[in-house]
Structures are given as C-alpha cells and as structure tokens.
Design a protein around this ligand. Structure first.
Ligand code: NAD
Ligand code: MG
Length: 297
C-alpha cells in the first residue's frame, strides 16, 4: 500500500460535492445518483477481520449499507442482502462485488414494513448462509416535510414501521440464530440528538434506535451477543434525493460540518466492521458517531 493511501487529509480525501437539484421516486437508486458515490469498490482493502462470518445487512443495495456489504465481503464474510424489489439493479451490482471478493452473496428482496418479510428474510438468510452471526439493521426511510400540518398519519406510521418496528422484528427473529460472539449493529443518525425541523418523524425514530440499541445491548451482553450502533452525519446517498432533503438544500449538502464536506458511504464502513469484529469485544451499547465533526453527546 502506498504512503498516499495511509496518510490522507480528511478535508480533501473526497471531493467537496455540490449535487445538482434532482429527484428520484422513493427508494432512490445509486445507479442514477449525480454525482455517484464512493462505496469502496476501488478502495476498501480487507484484512480478514470478519473471516467466516455470516451477515444479514438490510438496505445493503445502496449507500451506507452497500459500502458495509462490500467491506464485510472483503473482510471475509458471506452476506445476505435485504432491499426493496425496486432496487434490484443496485443490489445486483453489490452482489457482483461480493462474489468478486470470493464470498457468497444472497439477494433477498422484500418490504421491511411487512412483519412477515421481517421474519422470512432472517429465516432465509440463515438457511442460505448456513447460520447467522452478524446482523446490520441499516434500512431506513427519510422524507422531508417542512410543516407538521402536512405530515400525514400514513407517513408518520410508515417511517416508524420501516425504521424502528422492522428493527425490533428482524432482531427478534435473528436471535433464534445468533450464538455467543454474534453482533448486531444498528444505523442511527446525528438526527437522534439534533433533529432537523423538516425531519421530525425520521429523527424521532433515530432517537428510538439509540435507546433500543442501549437497552437491547444490556439485555444481550450476558448472552455474549453485542449490540451497538453507528450514527452517520450527512452522507451522500440515494436517500437524500428521494425527498430525504428539501431540493434547495441539495447543493449545500454536508457543507455545514466542521470538515466542510458531505461524507461518502465508504467512510462509514470501517465503523461497522469494527463493531462487528471481535476487536470490539468490550464495546457494548455504544453509538459510534461518523459525522464530519458535528457535536453529539
Ligand atoms: P439508502 O437509500 O442508500 O439506503 C436505505 C435503504 O433502506 C434503501 O436502499 C432500501 O433498501 C432500504 N429500505 C427503505 N425502506 C425499506 C423497506 N420498506 N423495506 C426494505 N428496505 C427498505 O440511504 P443511506 O443513506 O445509505 O441509508 C442507510 C441508513 O443510514 C438509513 O438507516 C439512514 O437513516 C441512515 N443514515 C443516513 C444518513 C445520510 O446522510 N445518508 C445519515 C444518518 C443516518
Ligand atoms: Mg437503495
């Protein structure tokens, strides 16, 4: 590895992007995002930290979940991927990269707002991978609404169903398979502490995820199962263009962080690898903030 790769200025490691205004129907596709994102395809190098692990990663077709899936495979894990059927193109791209790393990729499309799929995706992942010892609850939806008067009952409930109810259901089902040494990592957000005015439903689910992470971690620690979470700041992913942000905000996305730029999905992957690998054996109920320096408790 060249010295240039091991010593990098974080302000310039990735370009300071100014995404043009754009719109995609929910869920957005990485394949159509302008500019494209870095999910570590050409940069993430594994060192065998997850050799032989069997992981289910939700929302692993795109964005942060895709970067985590690529990193897990390059670290030696087999990966089952959960995503919506409309995201098949993105998912197949990630499956190819996983297979290119010599690991198994098991695509399992479905809708996590359906309780039946939450249980079925776990059952199929364990069946296809010959067991399960790592779960990453990463799927989430984020739809910006400026005024609470316009926030419909349907949206409120959809956001909770996808972001937190599914996390409970998938985790509960996974625990039938997780042996001591297994891990759960949940995707929360800087929004859990600093809610944006236009994301009140989403931010509330992320605060719930932080709390769920700590409570479940305490419950499962005696069983040798560790639960932690990662709290990303502004990361350039399809979530942002499928109404995750007001359109006018897109060109400025992430520029208000102390680092001065949005994060790329691959910058999240090492946090998930760390919390899943046995290196973090004494880390329990923690939320690892990866947010470009925004204040968080
Ligand atoms: P993304 O759109 O690439 O990933 C989200 C994924 O969630 C989608 O790919 C989709 O597969 C999945 N999903 C959504 N609704 C679903 C449903 N009903 N059933 C099944 N799957 C569903 O965006 P991302 O930014 O990589 O998001 C990943 C996680 O990171 C989310 O939990 C998000 O809240 C969190 N997060 C993102 C940011 C950011 O700035 N991008 C910041 C903080 C937290
Ligand atoms: Mg997607």
């Amino acid at each position: 590895m060249s010295d240039q790769l091991t010593f990098q200025d974080p302000t310039t490691r990735f370009p300071d992007i100014s995404p043009p205004k754009q719109d995609q129907p929910e869920p957005g596709l990485d394949a159509e995002l302008i500019p494209g994102t870095d999910r570590g395809e050409d940069s993430y190098t594994g060192t065998g930290r997850l050799r032989g692990r069997r992981a289910l990663i939700t929302g692993s077709d795109s964005g942060i979940g895709a970067a985590v899936a690529i990193a897990f495979a390059r670290e030696g894990a087999d990966v089952a991927l959960s995503y919506l059927p409309a995201e098949e193109e993105d998912a197949q791209h990630v499956c190819e990269i996983i297979r290119g790393a010599g690991r198994r990729a098991v695509p399992l499309p479905g809708d996590l707002s359906d309780p039946e799929y939450c249980r079925e995706v776990v059952r199929r992942a364990a069946e296809e991978l010959g067991g399960l010892d790592a779960l990453v609850n990463n799927a989430g939806r984020q739809i910006a609404v400026e005024d609470i008067a316009d926030l419909t009952d349907e949206q409120w409930e959809d956001t909770f169903r996808t972001n937190i109810h599914a996390m409970f259901r998938v985790s509960q089902a996974a625990l039938e398979h997780l042996e001591p040494g297994s891990t759960i990592v949940n995707s929360t957000s800087v929004q859990a502490y600093s809610p944006s005015a236009h994301l009140i439903d989403y931010a509330a689910t992320k605060a719930a995820i932080n709390n769920f992470t700590k409570g479940l971690a305490t419950q499962l620690a005696p069983r040798g199962i560790r639960v932690n979470s990662v709290a990303p700041g502004p990361i350039w992913t399809p979530l942002q263009v499928s109404d995750g942000q007001p359109k006018d905000a897109l060109p400025h996305f992430g520029k208000n962080t102390p680092l001065g730029r949005a994060g790329q999905p691959t910058e999240l992957a090492p946090a998930y690898v760390f919390l899943t690998s046995s290196e973090s054996s004494y880390v329990i109920g923690e939320t690892l903030n990866v947010n470009g320096g925004q204040p968080s408790p």
